[in-house]
Write a protein that binds this ligand. Structure first.
Ligand code: ZN
Length: 182
């Protein structure tokens, strides 16, 4: 079991484009398990590999978060959004790379995603409401897109100022994740 440091905005790796995963090794399975542990320890609902400094197309998600934590864990490798509804929904979002910052973001209300599991087996998800939003947020990370990019200029600069204060003590723009006692 290992915990990764979570990169904080404006760490440059958060803006890189991620590459496809082509090898489905035991090490990949271990990395996925470590990402789940890191996400839980940081009390997040989703984590994308770029947030731990790995620019590869990998996302983990706690889809049952609204009702019961840990009830529906999802891992997505090389995810692609193949359908986005024109109808939108506005939900409040946060991000582990922006601790304590939340903002309303408008996104497609329904989407369809194709991805693979840790063994390379393809699957399709149709999602709406919370899950659709969470998937769009996490998949955006793989293109170097952050939730603040969906906000207006004023709101963006407010968040950038807040992040400057938050990251003052973090010279490397990393937040150390430690296991918490249950
Ligand atoms: Zn995020």
């Amino acid at each position: 079991m290992a915990y990764w440091d979570i990169l904080l905005y404006p760490h440059p790796l958060l803006r890189e484009k991620s590459t496809d995963i082509e090898e489905f090794t035991p090490e990949l399975g271990q990395l996925i398990d470590d990402m789940f542990d890191t996400m839980f320890a940081a009390q997040g609902l989703g984590l994308a590999a770029p947030q731990i400094g790995k620019n590869i197309k990998l996302v983990v998600l706690d889809a049952g978060a609204e009702m019961k934590r840990g009830s529906e864990l999802m891992e997505l490798i090389n995810p692609r959004i193949v359908y986005k509804s024109p109808e939108t929904v506005i939900l409040e979002e946060g991000c582990l790379s922006f601790p304590g910052i939340y903002a309303n973001v408008e996104r497609s209300a329904e989407i369809k995603v194709e991805a693979m599991d840790r063994h390379g087996k393809p699957f399709t998800i149709e999602a709406d409401s919370f899950l659709a939003v969470a998937l769009q947020h996490e998949i955006d990370h793989l293109s170097g897109i952050l939730f603040i990019d969906h906000l207006g200029r004023v709101k963006q600069s407010m968040i950038k100022r807040k992040m400057k204060k938050i990251t003052r003590g973090h010279k490397l723009l990393k937040r150390e994740v430690r296991r918490r006692r249950a």
